[in-house]
Design a binder for this molecule. Structure first.
Ligand code: HEM
Length: 353
């Protein structure tokens, strides 16, 4: 059996695309440096648009051309649909109810369908237009207030994050979680932020699985601690809703995503007959983690790119100044919801959430 196993492994290794030679144990880790995307581009020039790198004992295939990416995702999507589950994401309860860590199959399909038909659906997005405008107005106000500080420097990423968080909170719970009056909301925000910070840290146990039992940086332990605290808080919101005691549970209340999850009835084959409160907690929490950091980084990246391209920045500023506030399309057809505000000067500062 051992010989057979070894044979199969060496066969699998032979099927991987070629790549740069690495060191024993650490593989190619030290060839990546502090800007991995730049190192990938440099290595791809030498080793081609599809190459294998070894991050410790973790094999990683890097695709650096749109043609290869198209070929992979169009023609080999299902074969490549598996996911690597990082140590930080491995909870004591397994991955019950998780969409982000679900492997391709009926369980993933059921959760994904629910997302597509109930969360990302246009009618829901349209119904939320007012809430979106309110969250963005609030963000602009926070930014303007912060701009009055002595330093004049603003960590815009933090305000993007708050905006995205409040937006998702409204989609799921119909609540402003970051309302200054909501202590539980602030605590939920704190623990969710910690989870994202820890999950984004490089973890030596991911690269050298022999170390995973020791959790040398304590990342899995700390992540699970914050997840459990966040679950306790979200569990409270869920219980309140179930008991009909939550805020805004009046007859005219819009059906939010929590209602969808509580009302879910499955066939017991592709999905459970009903979701347990643990599963609801997991789904809710994942929506926050999937939707906040991504939105923040994308907006920050766009702003950083503008700062690096002063010509484009000037063109955009001129374009925005040409539009009168009353002419702005508040229906979001062109993506502008900002009302007239005092122009701010952008100064890049180190990123912190
Ligand atoms: C600019 C913002 C965003 C970017 C760049 C982004 C990017 C991505 C990417 C690359 C994936 C695939 C991950 C994988 O397959 O392992 C993904 C999945 C996902 N995203 Fe986003 N996302 C953004 C915003 C959002 C928002 C706002 C939400 C929800 C509120 C969201 C919810 C999800 C969920 C639930 C998944 C898992 C889907 C699945 O497993 O099939 N994302 N996102």
């Amino acid at each position: 059996m051992i010989t057979e196993g070894r044979h199969r492994r060496s066969e699998e290794l032979r099927q991987l695309p070629p790549g740069p030679k690495g060191w024993p144990v650490v593989g190619n880790i030290f060839q990546l440096g502090w800007a991995p995307h730049e190192s990938f581009a440099r290595l791809a020039r030498k080793h081609g648009p599809i190459m294998t790198l070894w991050l410790g004992s973790m094999s990683t295939v890097v695709v650096s051309s749109s043609d290869v990416a198209r070929e992979m995702f169009k023609n080999h999507d299902v074969v490549l649909a598996g996911r690597k589950i990082y140590e930080a994401m491995k909870g004591d309860y397994g991955n019950e109810g998780s969409l982000i860590t679900a492997q391709h199959g009926p369980h993933w399909r059921m959760l994904r369908r629910l997302c597509t038909t109930e969360f990302f659906v246009t009618s829901r997005l349209n119904a939320m237009q007012g809430v979106r405008s309110r969250c963005i107005d609030q963000m602009v106000k926070f930014v303007a207030d912060a701009g009055k500080s002595d330093t004049g420097a603003i960590d815009v990423g933090r305000f993007f994050f708050l905006m995205a968080f409040n937006l998702i909170g409204n989609l799921i719970f119909s609540k402003d979680l970051l309302d200054p009056k909501s202590e539980r909301g602030a605590n939920f925000f704190y623990h969710a932020g910690k989870v994202m910070e820890l999950a984004g840290k490089p973890n030596v146990a991911d690269f050298l699985p022999i170390l995973r039992w020791f959790d040398p940086q304590g990342i899995r332990r700390k992540t699970q601690f914050h997840i459990e605290r966040a679950f306790e808080i979200a569990g409270g919101f869920i219980r309140e809703r179930m008991e009909g005691m939550g805020d805004g549970c009046g007859k005219e209340k819009r059906r939010d995503y929590l209602d969808v999850l509580l009302d879910y009835r499955g066939d017991g084959v592709e999905g459970p007959l009903r979701f347990s409160s643990r599963t609801i907690n997991v789904i809710v929490f994942e929506m926050f983690t999937a939707g906040t950091d991504t939105t923040t980084s994308t907006l920050e990246w766009a702003m950083a790119e503008l700062l690096h391209n002063p010509k484009t920045l000037k063109k955009l500023q001129a374009e925005l100044r040409r539009v009168k506030p009353e002419d702005m399309d508040m229906s979001e057809r062109i993506g502008i919801t900002l009302r007239k505000a005092v122009p701010l000067k952008a100064i890049p500062v180190p990123y912190k959430v």
